[in-house]
Design a protein around this ligand. Sequence first.
Ligand SMILES: Nc1nc2c(c(=O)[nH]1)N[C@H]1C(S)=C(S)[C@@H](COP(=O)(O)OP(=O)(O)OC[C@H]3O[C@@H](n4cnc5c(=O)[nH]c(N)nc54)[C@H](O)[C@@H]3O)O[C@H]1N2
Ligand SMILES: Nc1nc2c(c(=O)[nH]1)N[C@H]1C(S)=C(S)[C@@H](COP(=O)(O)OP(=O)(O)OC[C@H]3O[C@@H](n4cnc5c(=O)[nH]c(N)nc54)[C@H](O)[C@@H]3O)O[C@H]1N2
Ligand code: SF4
Ligand SMILES: [Mo]
Length: 747
Amino acid sequence: MTTSRRKFIKISALGFGGLATSSSAFSLFGVNPFLDAAVKESIARKFTRSATYCEVCFWKCAAWVYTNEQGNIEKIIGNEEDTHCNGRLCPRGTGGVGMYTDEDRLKTPLIRTTIDGEETFREASWEEALDLIASKFEDIKDKYGPESFALLKHGSPGSHLEHLFKAYGSDTIAEPAYAQCRGPRETGFGLTFGSWVGSPEPTDIRDTKCLVLIGSHIGENMHNSQVQEMSDAIDNGAKIITVDPRFSTAASKSDHWLAIKPATDMALLLSWMHVLIEEGLYNKKYVEQYTLGFDQLKAHVKTFTPEWAYGITTIKPDEIRKTARIMAAAAPSVIVHPGRHVTWYGDDSQRGRAVAILNGLLGSWGNRGGFYFKESLKVPKYPHPEYPKPKWGWEEIGEKYPFAQMGITSELVKATIDSEHNEHPIKAWMIAGTNLVQTLPQREKTIEAINALDFLVVIDTMPMEVTGYADVVLPECTYLERYDGIRSATNRTPSIAVRIPAVKPKYDSKPAWWISKQIGERIGLSEYFNYNDFEEVIEWQLNKLGTSLEEMKKIGVKNFERTSGPLYLEEGQEYRFWTPSGKIEFYSQQLADKGFDPMPVYTKHPEPPQGFYRLNYGRSPMHTFSRTINNPNLSDLKSENTLWVNPKVARILGLKKYQEVWLKNQDGIVSSFSIKVRITERIRWDSVYMYHGFGHNNKKLSRAFGKGISDTELISQTVIDPLMGGTGLRGNFVSILTENPHKNSEI
Ligand SMILES: Nc1nc2c(c(=O)[nH]1)N[C@H]1C(S)=C(S)[C@@H](COP(=O)(O)OP(=O)(O)OC[C@H]3O[C@@H](n4cnc5c(=O)[nH]c(N)nc54)[C@H](O)[C@@H]3O)O[C@H]1N2
Ligand SMILES: Nc1nc2c(c(=O)[nH]1)N[C@H]1C(S)=C(S)[C@@H](COP(=O)(O)OP(=O)(O)OC[C@H]3O[C@@H](n4cnc5c(=O)[nH]c(N)nc54)[C@H](O)[C@@H]3O)O[C@H]1N2
Ligand code: SF4
Ligand SMILES: [Mo]
């Protein structure tokens, strides 16, 4: 069985970097060609290796960068001691060197200027650009207060700039990795178990007997150790149940693929609970000892029979019963995966609750093969004066979402547009490491907000869409050219990893820590940046952790013993969860008190109108969002996305394989570019599917410009999660145009 599953992914294009074929179920992972000791030795002679952790996505695998005698980067390979990668990087991580070599990179600071009535950028010195930014920090503070300067960020540069903003007096900070990504599951699991899921998810996939994936498309979603563990679990005979309207890679490796009708997962989850309870299959001892509200839950799900769910989800009652029994048989070594990008339909925190409750019924939290108790090391804070207390921050902005735990990007956007009439006016943004134009739904709102700003500074490595809107653009050097904060990993065992520059910054680019310090010093915050080089900060922190920079340069990763106790609950162990009741809360009084459903309910979501298809999207295994599409190594592997169309739809519309089409959404928004049709049974007839991140419209991206369609530009409708403010992105519908709608216009 495993052999035929293995065959499914045929990746032939992994030519660069000397990747060999993998023996794992997911053949996308390169076997590390350096594992052989002899090869290792020869490398040691010719190459210098520097420790880093990868910034191509946010899994942060620890790696070694090999530079040759000329100082050029030859290879990046995984650090064998690292729990995030076990010595193997995903194709994106191996191709990370392309971030460094990309000749389209931002090369100098740029300042917006007007020449002959036309707005353009002119090159500037760091001195001039930083002086200008510093003066804007002062202006905003004098006129409105520091709170009116917002930071929108993602990834490593974010933490350096967060320090600057907090020292300056602003906590108006947000990132799309919350309200457009995993926020709702954190709220759902937080309300149920009292703890966030966090990253990496503490899913004990390695030892599981049954893995249930609700949407999450591990294998295309290339979060490294998770893919590796899933592959091992398959080899060890674990049952895989995948719920996805699309035949994903994970579905192809599953024992049960439930091809659910989109937007109906809640009905399936409730029905699974019904079966577990009615058939007495739930984990009785666990439920008795650790949970609260079982009787209410039992009454609540009484009518949610598989027959009821069949009418909603199109999944046969038999299949629902059978899969519930498989989970119960594996329990507690079973994982109903929390998912990660979960901002789908607006009731996402409640779907997160349903997933959490199901895990509670099965007793998987705190048990081998379910969810382990994670542990990480606290990196001591480098000494600095206390931050001033802002008068307001992200919590006060916009609509109130009582269970939001981080800044909500979309509320920040709204508050910026309306800043004239707002008691919390947002007048300036700094954007670092997030391409908001390709990332936030309702693009016209993002642009409206940008237009309403007094000042916008963007810190990026590439001339991405968002840089085009800036008043000042600052080129950051890539992760391969800089120090960054210590990576403290949350895992079965704690570990730390360091990022040491492997090469000198190309062009006139600089690291974010340096940018923060330079701005800080210009605005009277020198005492918050009491070091000459970030190396000193790391050295100080590493000494406190009982190691040194010298040691870490040699080993890259240091693993520590656990100190918080065992990975799992002992049989019958007393345990207090971090919820108000100390129990796993099936019934949530916190929700009831705030006027929300205390237990999840199914609500019907809109369906595609006649002639329209639901816009479904996901991850390209070879890319990370929009950030790698121009990467010379990775664009070679996948240069454009395609539109997955069911053969039935192709027949009705007369579409041919690879035909070029355009899309128009329910609000009349037409895609800027075309996309080629891929006719496949793997997508339902009511939806179309594409990889996210393509369709770049900045001409400065020589490889990525105009390649494929951006799903983001077609997402003009969102449904907001009333618990935490996440934006549900999957309620948009498109029609397929076969004639070029831009024939008479120029883009
Ligand atoms: N290669 C690669 N890997 C990545 C990333 C990347 O950019 N590239 N990004 C990382 C990040 S930040 C995140 S958040 C994760 C996201 O990865 P996941 O959390 O796995 O993302 P999802 O959106 O849950 O999964 C997309 C899948 O949901 C299915 N789907 C669509 N609608 C429905 C529905 O109504 N019901 C169900 N059950 N399924 C549905 C789609 O068909 C698709 O297969 O990926 C991470 N991994
Ligand atoms: N339509 C749609 N929207 C989505 C999603 C989707 O699937 N579809 N996914 C959502 C999810 S799950 C997430 S997490 C978000 C992610 O969205 P973003 O955080 O915006 O991710 P990217 O698109 O990769 O943009 C990252 C930016 O950082 C820049 N960058 C890369 N490395 C560095 C660096 O070292 N320093 C600096 N300063 N900049 C750097 C890149 O050039 C790029 O401009 O998007 C969300 N939005
Ligand atoms: S999963 Fe891949 S891209 Fe992400 S950090 Fe690891 S190697 Fe880099
Ligand atoms: Mo994400």
